[in-house]
Design a protein around this ligand. Structure first.
Ligand SMILES: Cc1cc2nc3c(=O)[nH]c(=O)nc-3n(C[C@H](O)[C@H](O)[C@H](O)COP(=O)(O)OP(=O)(O)OC[C@H]3O[C@@H](n4cnc5c(N)ncnc54)[C@H](O)[C@@H]3O)c2cc1C
Length: 260
């Protein structure tokens, strides 16, 4: 009789403890879900706010040209071989700085060009004897829209680019057969990823470089579960190293392994 009573008591204690544990686990799951939902909501509002204030501004232009021959550089005794690498043309650093400041005032001011020639290494991409070069130039007025470019800015910019190259490779202008130029607005039209023509996916002001796109332990997470942000707009930013693609992809794979 006494044994039955003890067993009954143990049973009741076990059932009560089991119920309590169940309640506790249920509460934890509910609480965790709530916290996650709150975190998700917080991320949503932070994310929206950050995207609204994201700074994109580009003073960059791009020029492609077809040439009858490659530029002959004074610095190398009129040789064409330097274009097989990358050639930078600019006057002094002060001049480059002045060009930047002029562009900040809204003026077109090309003070720096970076020149590549694909056909210097592989001539098969051009008609026999011909060449192409592409030029990355700075600085264009960042806020000029397509209308301004259509109204003559493109031609003026191409003239400035060629004027700069001509100083280092006399006779260059006479070799130009065609010269399509893209300003920031044209770059955006050609690739919707280049918002504002910004080749880096957004300004590299300190706050947007460290916290890219926003201050978070995992900066690639978005308010939509399972959707991750890659691209040059994500940490550590643009250029051709691939990290802002690799890192969110790694997080996405890890999250999938964890069933999240
Ligand atoms: C003229 C120029 C010169 C540069 N020079 C240098 C340099 O010298 N050194 C350097 O390190 N970096 C340079 N960069 C920057 C570098 O190219 C970028 O930072 C880098 O390519 C960004 O990679 P991304 O994957 O974020 O975007 P992207 O390379 O722009 O790739 C985005 C892709 O998404 C596609 N896309 C966009 N929207 C959609 C859509 N809705 N649907 C489907 N597809 C879409 C686009 O067509 C594109 O293929 C330069 C960029 C430009 C434009």
């Amino acid at each position: 009789m006494r044994l039955a009573k003890v067993l009954g008591t143990i049973g009741r204690v076990c059932i009560t403890a089991g119920a309590l544990i169940l309640l506790f686990v249920g509460y934890q799951l509910w609480g965790t879900g709530l916290r996650e939902a709150q975190a998700q909501d917080k991320l949503e509002s932070e994310f929206e706010e950050r995207l609204r204030s994201w700074k994109v501004r580009s003073p960059v232009l791009k020029l492609n040209a077809a040439l009858s021959e490659l530029p002959r550089w004074t610095a190398t005794g009129g040789e064409t071989w330097p274009v097989a690498g990358t050639v930078n043309c600019r006057e002094s650093l002060d001049d480059a700085q002045a060009a930047f400041e002029a562009a900040e005032r809204g003026e077109l001011s090309v003070g720096f060009t970076e020149i590549y020639s694909q056909t210097a290494s592989d001539p098969t991409g051009a008609p026999p004897g011909g060449h192409v070069i592409s030029v990355f130039g700075q600085y264009a007025p960042a806020d000029a829209g397509r209308e301004a470019w259509d109204a003559g800015l493109r031609e003026a910019a191409a003239d400035q680019v060629f004027g700069l190259i001509e100083r280092f490779a006399p006779g260059f202008r006479d070799t130009v057969l065609a010269r399509p130029l893209q300003g920031p607005a044209d770059l955006e039209r050609g690739d919707p990823n280049l918002v504002g023509g910004d080749v880096g996916g957004g300004s590299y002001a300190l706050d947007q470089t460290i916290f890219r796109p926003l201050p978070a332990l995992v900066p690639y997470a978005t308010p939509i579960r399972g959707l991750w942000l890659g691209s040059s707009s994500a940490f550590p930013g643009g250029a051709v190293h691939g990290v802002p693609g690799w890192a969110p992809a790694s997080y996405a794979l890890a999250a999938r392994r964890l069933g999240r």
